[in-house]
Structure formats: structure tokens, C-alpha cells
Design a protein around this ligand. Sequence first.
Ligand SMILES: [Zn+2]
Ligand SMILES: [Zn+2]
Length: 129
Amino acid sequence: MTGDRMMLDGSRPFQERVRHLRDAWFRDGRGRAFLVTGRALFAVYCWSLNYKIHDPMTPAYDADLAEFVAASYELNGGSVGWTAMLNRREVCSTCHDWYRLENLGICTGCMRYTCYGCGDHERCVGELL
Ligand SMILES: [Zn+2]
Ligand SMILES: [Zn+2]
């Protein structure tokens, strides 16, 4: 999907990519093309929880963005799909060990999975979600 490709392209800062996709999604009439799935969804959803974009009491609150994230989450099967995703095993890009996704983070710079033992990528400008 277009949304995934745009989200996984780490050449621009993470928040800029997210906001760009939000705008593209609204312009496109809220179709599927700009929603995110898989690894891109994992990053966007974790980020949205960390920054509490759904909460009107926080500075990062963004109703349109919350709607975009919720639509992507539903496309992935809602809470059932999310739980299934967290139970899948993925490999840490640094130590190459396998973990359940719930025990992995993702680097917002290179968008690769990283275990918390390995931590932040020194050469990436992103943060570990
Ligand atoms: Zn690791
Ligand atoms: Zn990285």
C-alpha cells in the first residue's frame, strides 16, 4: 500500500511522514490507499500511544491524526488483529534474535525492529518506540 511505502521510507523525520500521510488520507477521501499496515502500523500505533495523540489534554493531541490511526488499526482487524500481531515473532535487526513483537521496539529512523537489550541505533536520528 502507498501508505506503508511512505511510512517505511526513513528519509524524512517520522512525525513529518505521519502528518503527511494523515493529510493525504483525508485528501483521498479516507480510502485504504494511504492507511498503514504491518510494520508501518506497528510504528504509527506505538507512537500514537506514547505521545497520547488521542487525548485532548495533551499537547500532541490531533483529532484528525487520531482518526487516521484508528482507521489503520481497524483495517488491521482492531484489537484482535493487534493482539495477533504482537504475538507474531520478528527478528531484531541488531542481534538477529527472534522475539515476539510485543517484546520488540521499532526505530523511527530506519524503521527496523530492535530488541530493548540492543536499544537505540547509534547512527539513526530516530527514537526507539
Ligand atoms: Zn537485539
Ligand atoms: Zn535505526
